[in-house]
Design a protein around this ligand. Sequence first.
Ligand SMILES: *Cc1c(COP(=O)(O)O)cnc(C)c1O
Length: 394
Amino acid sequence: MIYADNAATTKMSGAAINAMNACMQDTWGNPSSLYGLGQRAKEALEDARRRIAACIAASPKEITFTSGGSEADNQAIRSAALLGAQKGKRHIISTAFEHHAVLHTLKRLEGEGFEVDLLPVGPLGTVTANQVAEAIREDTVLVTIMYANNEIGSILPVSEIGAVCREQGVLFHTDAVQAAGHLPIDVKAQNIDLLSLSAHKVHGPKGIGVLYARQGVPLTNLIAGGAQERGKRAGTENVPAIVGMAAALEESCSHMAENAAKVSALRDKLISGLSQIPHSALNGDPTNRLPGNVSFCFEGVEGESLLLLLDDQGICASSGSACTSGSLDPSHVLLAIGRPHEVAHGSLRLSLCEENSEDDINAILKAVPEIVAYLRNMSPLWKDKVGGKLTFVL
Ligand SMILES: *Cc1c(COP(=O)(O)O)cnc(C)c1O
């Protein structure tokens, strides 16, 4: 099997599995319990918090554990919105190609009287700090813009955006789920007030994530109950998952440069090979992109068919459209960068990690062109294009 869907989830690292096993066997107490077993779990929890904080240059008390990236996004945005509402500020700035955890939270807030501006991201899938500066108003409370896009891999200028927000006194949240472990994160130097992470995108376990909130930015809790996480997130802490996350994140961050060099070389080989396919287009910025991200549109092909035929050859990949929802809507990300509906349906995302090999790339480069040609051959629409009755888009 060739796994090339690391933006969807990653295989857990040995370090994460070992840390979790040890925790489940030996440190399984409730961290709120006062006897030794509970206190040892509490120590494991706080040790993980310190190590995760160190990975992003935060202090441990600025780290709140959540059930994942989605919850962290919800909580960050809701916390800022509540602060804004208390001051009569109800304007939020974001982009058109955020993750649905952000976009759907913003949609709900619109129903609650907030005004949301989604900045256009242009053909390369980015926004400038200048665009953000121009969109900020007297009543803006929050700017929420992702660090790197999960579908097309483009990297956004978060340091510049953070500087603009800090200068204007506006809170800045960034969804750094795809950036973590691949790009340096320094919440202090980058003027980030709120930041979301997820363990399962960096070789950690699923169902655990982090919300960083700068000291002085009060969080509102989405889950009411006990006093865990300083009252900001009720529920007995998932200590094994938290410990697994710390091990995975630490490992990814400590090998960031060497992994990025290896993975981006594989990425570039894949991009240049797939670019040879006629009537295809790379999505996102050709150079300023995540080390592992390869995203293409192939005209005259259904993304889902392409995925199923790749699966037959043992290759795991993803398409921008449908995603997990089973819906036939094309990806909002591809539409946001200006791909027409028809072309957006023919998308393929291959997301690599340091475990992928040169052989994997060669196998993908053999399979994809064959499958694309096969699917085009079966398409009446394609025949009309080749025959000149319809025009090509790409
Ligand atoms: C995966 C992902 C999320 C959601 O994280 P979960 O831990 O799966 O809830 C949020 N944002 C981005 C950019 C992601 O890639």
